[in-house]
Design a protein around this ligand. Sequence first.
Ligand code: ZN
Length: 350
Amino acid sequence: MAQVRALVLERQHELALRDIELPLEVGPGMVKIAIHTVGVCGSDVHYYTHGRIGPFVVEAPMVLGHEAAGTVIELGEGVSHLKVGDRVCMEPGIPDPNSRASRLGLYNVDPAVSFWATPPVHGVLTPEVVHPANYTFKLPDHVSFAEGAMVEPFAVGMQAASKARIAPGDIAVVLGAGPIGTMVALAALAGGCARVIIADLAQPKLDIAARYQGVVPVNISEKNLAEEVARLTEGWGADLVFECSGSPRAWETIMQLPRPGGAIVIVGLPVEPVKVDIAAASIKEVRIENVFRYAHQYDRAIALIASGKVDLKPLISQTFAFDDAIAAFDRAVEARPSDVKLQIRIGAPA
Ligand code: ZN
């Protein structure tokens, strides 16, 4: 164990930038990483404001942060695909490699997964972390640490696009233009969608998403979404609908959106159970898919970013110094509609 500085959630509503004891021994198959940039995620903020997410309750001080990029500074025994000095980003979930889910390739739904900043597992808002090399991915030279720290939320979009089984030229609807909705829209476009209609109540969020070619914004405080989708698809409906708002209200009318034989991909998690119109889904034979985090997406996400096909840089709204980490979280709590992603930089400016 080592005494290190970290952003610690002491309990609900209380953050401290203080020393804490964390394990930093580099075992076989592990690498030590000097953390450079960490994104502030909605889940981190939710633990801060609510002290829990569903069954995960903050019962002891916990280091926050799971969207991270940095530099490899030490290799454990047997690590061959990385070297000291490599710039990397990390998958925050470590499954049990021998679990039945992992052996099926579904390691994201391994019940035994340990995931950064999900109680009781510490996150990475701290200068150094030890992580399995198998879940550590090298960044190409021209991909920045800031972009590397965006791979985690983008991987959720990649998982959604994969589960959707996009066909070239599909028209998609994304409900919710928050960070994840926007990531899903970009992944859907990169995956072959011709157009993505994105719906939200907040115009500033729609304006940011609409900067991307192929994104059609619809402000649902002004327009009826089902009518807009019908108008844009000649009355047929969307091939794919991505529910990213987590709002129970979205489920009241969602079955009007997909075309017959279309799909709904559930990304947003409603806090309470919601009512679903099964009959309306059955009449259209709507295929329904679920997304929980991601599996096998990091290398593909990095490849897309490196290719220039996906540019996540415009989504980074502001970067805070590590000393200002608490201010970064208080800013995130404000939930300004013009903020997409706030990041905290622990390493020297790149
Ligand atoms: Zn996240």
